[in-house]
Design a protein around this ligand. Structure first.
Ligand SMILES: [Zn+2]
Length: 287
């Protein structure tokens, strides 16, 4: 069933009641810098602080993605009012601008790291921003931030041959585990793009869960291999956060590929052939 969304989108609604909705939030960067490709995905420190303060005030029980996945598998109980905070890519500003605010409000989080650019500081790296170093990632892991993997090159995995996709998801796991001496149990698809072949590669590499992007709430019957996340951009205020977390206005995720996502994959495949690197924002809607 499809219904017209009040804001003009046409979300899919599941016919089966989805169980408890669980907001899984996706951020990229917390920075006053609004330039470059990541500018649109960089939230100001003041607004991010307001988001985290609201999450704390509302009394959500925050958990890492791996804890959420364990709850979905029935291994641990899901706490009341669950909420998950995630960050993608591994920008350096996470250490100074996000981690202290999250720690102050005791909000747990999962940080998905793309491994090839780790430690790069010059402009022109992934998104044109400085990236966290291995030492900083070790610090964050010691602070209790869950470190997940986000591929080695930030590639559109669903367009790669199986062997190359497997290499992307395995290399980043091995590098993170070697450098940080932690188990890396969760993966996030770059741009949210995934297919059944991509999901199988992630399972084969030894992960226990994976996140996509659907701009819908996850729920207790969501797929462990494509958990829905709601992405926040620079100007998404606390009102949008509230709508995403506690109202029934935003939809809950549907499970499995849609005709729309398959069509978009086909279009990207053609575009990538025509223009190498044609589409490379940090994350786009995981349609
Ligand atoms: Zn990304």
């Amino acid at each position: 069933m499809r219904v017209r969304h009040p804001h003009g989108e046409t979300p899919h609604l599941r016919r089966v009641p989805p169980g408890t909705p669980v907001p899984v939030l996706l951020y990229h960067s917390v920075s006053a810098d609004d330039t470059g490709r990541v500018g649109r995905y960089s939230m100001t420190p003041a607004l991010f602080r307001a988001h985290v303060a609201w999450i704390a005030e509302q009394g959500f029980s925050t958990l890492t993605v791996s804890d959420y996945a364990a709850a979905l598998r029935g291994e641990i109980p899901l706490p009341g009012r669950p909420l998950v905070v995630t960050f993608d890519d591994g920008y350096a500003d996470f250490l100074d601008q996000a981690a202290p605010v999250l720690a102050e409000h005791r909000v747990r989080s999962t940080l998905y790291v793309t491994t090839r650019p780790v430690g790069e500081t010059r402009r022109g790296t992934l998104g044109g921003r400085p990236m966290l170093t291995w030492g900083e990632l070790r610090q964050l892991a010691a602070l209790g931030v869950e470190i997940g993997a986000h591929s080695h090159d930030h590639a559109q995995l669903d367009l790669l041959p199986r062997s190359k996709a497997l290499q992307q998801v395995s290399t980043c796991k091995r590098l993170l585990e070697d450098h940080l001496q932690v188990d890396v149990r969760s993966f996030a698809y770059p741009h949210g793009y995934n297919s059944s072949a991509t999901r199988r590669a992630v399972m084969a590499a030894g992960y226990a869960s994976a996140c996509g992007v659907q701009n819908a709430r996850s729920h207790t019957r969501d797929s462990l291999w494509s958990l829905a996340r709601i992405m926040f951009e620079r100007d998404d205020g606390v009102d949008r956060l509230r709508r995403a977390c506690v109202t029934d206005v935003d939809p809950v995720a549907r499970v499995g590929d849609t005709i729309r996502s398959r069509g978009w994959r086909l279009a990207r495949r053609v575009l990538v052939r025509v223009r190498a690197q044609a589409l490379a924002p940090p994350t786009t809607s995981g349609m």
